[in-house]
Design a binder for this molecule. Structure first.
Ligand SMILES: [Fe+2]
Length: 435
């Protein structure tokens, strides 16, 4: 890609990027096609993963009716937990192992889709839970091969999990979030019904919307794929291969849409145009980060969410303390982009501009400040917490937060610069509050 200086070839480094995308159908009424999709994969007996809330909503009924019409034998698992843990994953895995299903459907947010990915994985290739978990927290053993078919139907505009090979959960024993990443976890197909966001509480739209925004920002500013050493075996090319021309396309459009519609989607629950555009932005950002990877804000989010105590956000289940994923990411973002800007200022500048920041008279040296201010303004206008202190952390927690984030080497190595544990301490300090 000599045409684009950001991806200049470097002697001995990677010269190839790969595009691995889920097949997608998107639009009003698409869940009526679920039965047809299942049949086209030659399946007659499937498990549908959902949660207790989604299982009562109109689109779940619509999906179920479609399966019935197609004569599919369906068993429902509605115990997926919002922000899943290794324990809740284990329940789902047991269900899948006992059911011996031909394939899987997930209808829900990222938590449901991620739960279904792991139920599929461990029922296809039984192993100790820690075996496939990312090292160093788990053993990091590669997923052996293809899983059973999985059709993902997202119901929040956020995680993009329908397009990625990543599943995230709380590792309770170590008090931290982590995940499993493999191209084989990527759902076979995704059915995206834009109207599902109509009934979401504003707080959920905000958290998932900021997850979208950060996926796009992190993928766009990730270390270029040409910075990695070339591997002898192309089969070992990582899922998070770094920013690349394919991912850039999705990032730019997801940023433009987030700038136009995120605040509207949160602040006016009747603004269907805004909510549906955020649904599309989520998918675009999912395709992008599924092929490039995220970096520091997500690495920092894992300890923000994993160490949470006594925090129960409005609009989420109140039976356990939690910090929604998108919230745990975005509270770090302004501090991080101030820090990373000097390593690819042009990209930070373009991102701020795509989000709608006023860049008149500004130049690239201002790009970190421009982008950080734009993000924190959007957070302020949509009722997000004012930095990590807003979800219950203080200076005394900085060491432990940084220690947890530093374990996320898979993500940190995708950043546009080296990240030391001392950098993470400084970033958490700077992320305490923004206004
Ligand atoms: Fe995310």
């Amino acid at each position: 890609m000599a045409c684009c200086h950001y991806f200049s070839e470097i002697e001995g480094n990677e010269t190839v990027f790969s595009v691995d995308a889920t097949a997608i159908s998107c639009g009003h009424g698409v869940l009526k096609e679920l039965g047809h999709e299942i049949k086209s994969l030659r399946l007659s007996r499937v498990a549908i993963f959902t949660d207790a809330h989604v299982s009562k909503l109109w689109f779940f009924e619509e999906a179920l009716a479609s399966c019935k019409l197609a004569g599919i034998d369906v068993t429902i698992f509605d115990e997926s937990r919002v922000e899943p843990s290794d324990r809740s994953m284990m329940n789902a895995i047991k269900f899948a192992q006992e059911g011996q299903f031909e394939g899987f459907v997930s209808i829900g947010g990222g938590s449901v889709i991620d739960t279904c990915k792991l139920a599929n994985l461990y029922s296809s290739y039984p192993a100790d839970f820690e075996d496939y978990v990312n090292a160093p927290l788990g053993k990091g053993i590669p997923v052996p091969g293809s899983l059973k078919p999985h059709i993902a139907c997202p119901t929040t505009a956020g995680t993009g999990s329908e397009c990625t090979g990543i599943a995230v959960f709380d590792l309770i024993s170590q008090n931290v979030k982590t995940g499993i990443a493999s191209k084989y976890l990527k759902p076979s197909r995704a059915l995206i019904e834009p109207a599902v966001t109509q009934t979401l509480p504003s707080s959920v739209v905000a958290c998932s919307g900021f997850d979208v925004l950060s996926h796009a920002l992190e993928s766009y500013t990730a270390s270029p794929f040409t910075n990695r050493s070339k591997l002898d075996n192309p089969g070992l090319r990582p899922l998070s291969q770094g920013s690349n021309p394919w991912s850039d396309m999705g990032c730019r459009e997801a940023l433009r849409l987030s700038g136009l519609y995120l605040e509207r989607a949160v602040n006016d629950e009747n603004d269907q145009e805004a909510r549906e555009n955020m649904m599309f932005a989520a998918t675009l950002a999912g395709i992008a980060f599924g092929n490039s990877g995220v970096h520091i804000p997500h690495a920092m989010s894992y300890s923000v969410a994993g160490m949470i105590k006594d925090f129960n956000p409005v609009g989420y289940p109140s039976d356990h303390a939690m910090c929604p994923h998108g919230m745990s990411v975005i509270v770090n973002a302004p501090a991080v982009f101030r820090f990373t800007a000097e390593h690819c200022p042009q990209r930070h500048f373009q991102a701020a501009e795509l989000l709608g920041a006023d860049v008149a008279g500004a130049n690239e040296e201002d790009s970190g400040e421009l982008l950080a201010n734009k993000i924190s303004n959007m957070m302020k206008k949509t009722g997000m917490p004012n930095g990590v202190s807003g979800v219950g952390y203080a200076q005394a927690h900085v060491g432990e937060l940084a220690n947890g984030a530093f374990a996320q080497q898979r993500l940190l190595s995708n950043a546009p610069c080296d990240v030391k544990e001392s950098d993470l301490k400084l970033l958490y300090q700077q992320a305490m509050s923004y206004w």
